[in-house]
Each structure stands twice: as C-alpha cells, then as structure tokens.
Write a protein of this length. Structure first.
Length: 408
C-alpha cells in the first residue's frame, strides 16, 4: 500500500496540471513536500519503533495514509493537495523502519520473509499506478483516490486483530530485544544517536550516502512528471488498435502514457532481480558505476528516441525502468558493506533519508526545469545525477581496493 500510493501520485499529477492553474515548477515543489517527509521521517520512525513496537507504528501508518487520500479527494486547490501529500509522507515514512524491524525480529526464515516483502513492494510499485489508471477510465480522480483508501481500511482491520509475537525470532541470532535490554531513555537518547551516527559516518559510508542521494534525485526527477512527458510523444491508441468507440467516455479518459508508465515500472522488477544477482558476482560499487553509466546514456537518448516513434519510445522506456530499479539492490549491498552490523538499522534509516528525503528535491528540480527549458534540456540536466553517481561509485570502488591491498 505504501508504494501503491507513492507511485499513483505521478498519475494524478498529469490530471492536476490540467485541472488546476499551476505550473510544473509549483506542482513539483508541492509533490516534493510529501516525498521529502516520506524520507525524513524514517529516522524518527525507527526511534519510535524501538519504543512503541512495529504493530503500533504500522497501524498508524495505514490510518494516516488512508485518511490523507480521503482528504486528497476533497482538495479544492494546490494548498489542500500539498497538505494531503504532506500527511501521506509523514504517515508513510514510519513504515520501512517498522516493517523491516518486524521482519528481522519476528520471523525465523528471514530470507524468505524479506523476499516476500520485496515482492509485495514491487506489486505496489507496478500495479498501484495501473489500478489508478484503470479507475480513472470510468471515474473522476476524486472518486478514484477515495477507492484507493478502501484496501487500506481492510488491512487496518487485519493488523488490529491478527496475533503474532514481534520478537519471536530474536533468539535465532543469539541476541536480545533492544527494548528489553535498554531503558526507554537509552533508546531515545540523543547522545546515543549522535555517538552512533559519528561512528557510522566513515569516509566510505559518507560516499555511499552521496551515491544513494544521486539515485534518489534521479529517481524522483525522472518519475514524477514522466506520465505527462510520455503523453507529449505517444500517438492516440486508436492509431494502432481499436479498443473502444473513439467517441465514448472511456476513450476521452484513456491515456496511453499511464500504461506505458506502468509497463516501465513492471520491467523494473526484472531490473531489481538482475541487480541483486549482479551484486553477488561483482563488487557492488563496480555494479553501481556500470548501471549509473547506463542511465546517463538512457537519459540523454530518451527524448530523441521518443521522437523516433512508438517502438523506440517503448525500448528506451523499458531500459529506463530496468536500469533505474537495478540500482536498488546494488546500493543496499553497498550500505551493508560500509556499515557495522550493530548500526545496520541506523544505516538504513540514513539511506531512506537520503534516497526518499533529500531525493524528493528531484521532483521540484524536474518541475522547475520543465517550466524554464525544453524536455530535451530537462533530461540532459537530470543526466547529471547518474553521471555524478557513477563518478562517486568509481571513487568508492578504488578506495575499497586500495584499503584491501594495504590490509594484505
């Protein structure tokens, strides 16, 4: 549900640009507020999880997301949209630390559990926008957002009634639940947080954080306005296949760009799989340098390919989806390589802060670029982020090799 809401927003952005008198720069800044809070809240979300438990935080997350989309359906202007997305971002931000903590402490077969967890996220990433686009065929966007809150209400009921032990697997790794071994004041201690953070931020980890930030800026910058950009280049679907009467209400609401966008996200699932396998065979930093380099080429070639016709547009869109999501397992492995096990939770808190929090600025940057320059110029400018990501990945890779050679 978190990723269903997250990636249904770009589908709605294309509608808001038409319905409300607002520029891409302004709307990009508004969307960035919600996306930024989605990442910024990860650190306090982790602290609250340690104190109040995962179930409480996840239920609160679901309630907040559902209510925010209900409120969004009554939006009368850009300010109410900004408020609704801000509430969604704050609510959604606590999920990752709470959910990952629940799996790591409550499930014996953690590998399988994380696999199912990742698959669920992929389903939301790919099919959340598809469900939104299908709802918009016959309903206005307000009713569609209301219906998106229905599955969340069902999950809330399940989460409140299902019985489970949040710490059932703590003894598996020979450890103890931190909430039992430390006092609340220790868990919430600002001094402890600062001390752990200082120990965590080695040169290698700091470089890894910059790499994650480049990924987040490019991810948000590319995806937030992509349905609207695709709509500029895609011909009417009736030029290829006759799905319905051209004069029907469905034909009026059908936008091919939404479904190309969904296809791109679906292909991203295979990118995640390949990226994970690649990290098992070569250095994760080397893999990052390669994939970032591929994204530079894709970003530069995207608009010329889109102008070349439907086939070249579909190919470049597929490549974008594949390489964009191939980065995720590679940078996750890089974080694991450059953080101690005892601070792994904190390290991933910083990861989500960089990727989703600071990375949210990519939406505002893309919106501003689209308002002051051409689509070509926007994509060329966004290509700077993966170019810098590749440069930092090469730097970190060389540093790692130097340290290994010195140690031997």
């Amino acid at each position: 549900m978190v990723h269903t809401y997250e990636l249904s927003i770009p589908i709605l952005v294309a509608i808001w640009l038409v319905e409300f008198p607002v520029s891409t720069a302004v709307l990009g800044a508004v969307v960035s507020i919600g996306y930024a809070l989605f990442g910024i809240g990860a650190l306090p979300g982790g602290i609250l999880t340690d104190r109040f438990g995962s179930r409480t935080l996840i239920v609160g997350c679901l309630i907040g997301m559902g209510l925010s989309f209900l409120f969004l359906s009554f939006a009368t202007g850009i300010l109410t949209i900004a408020f609704a997305l801000a509430v969604w971002g704050m609510a959604a931000s606590v999920y990752h630390p709470a959910g990952l903590s629940l799996i790591s402490k409550g499930v014996d077969n953690r590998g399988s559990a994380f696999a199912y967890h990742g698959m669920a996220g992929n389903i939301g990433i790919a099919f959340g926008p598809l469900v939104t686009a299908l709802l918009l065929l016959t309903l206005d966007w307000r009713m569609a957002t209301r219906l998106l809150a229905v599955p969340t209400a069902i999950v809330i009921g399940y989460a409140l009634t299902v019985e489970f032990d949040e710490t059932a697997a703590v003894s598996v790794d020979g450890g103890t639940d931190r909430s039992e071994s430390t006092t609340d004041s220790d868990t919430m201690s600002l001094f402890r947080f600062i001390t752990d953070s200082r120990a965590l931020f080695t040169t290698g980890f700091a470089l890894a954080m910059v790499i994650v930030m480049m990924n987040g800026l490019f991810y948000r910058g590319m995806l937030t306005f992509l349905p609207d950009v695709l709509d500029q280049f895609l011909p009417p679907i009736q030029d290829y296949i006759q799905l319905f009467d051209p004069d029907s209400p469905i034909a009026e609401e059908f936008t091919l760009s939404s479904y190309v966008y969904v296809g791109l996200l679906t292909i991203g699932i295979s990118g995640q799989y390949v990226g994970g396998k690649l990290s098992d065979r070569i250095s994760s930093t080397t893999g990052l340098a390669i994939v970032f380099g591929a994204l530079v080429v894709v970003a530069i070639a995207f608009v010329p390919a889109a102008r070349g016709g439907l086939s070249t547009l579909l190919i470049v869109s597929a490549l974008l989806g594949f390489f964009l999501f191939a980065l995720q397992p590679l940078y996750q492995a890089t974080i694991a390589d450059h953080s101690p096990p005892g601070d792994r939770g904190l390290s991933y808190g910083y990861t989500y802060l960089m990727s989703f929090g600071i990375g949210a600025a990519g939406a505002a940057i893309a919106g501003l670029l689209l308002s002051v320059t051409t689509t070509d110029g926007t994509f060329l400018a966004l290509a700077v982020f993966p170019a810098l990501g590749s440069l930092f990945a090469i730097t970190l890779s060389r540093r790692d090799r130097t340290r290994k050679s010195k140690s031997t």
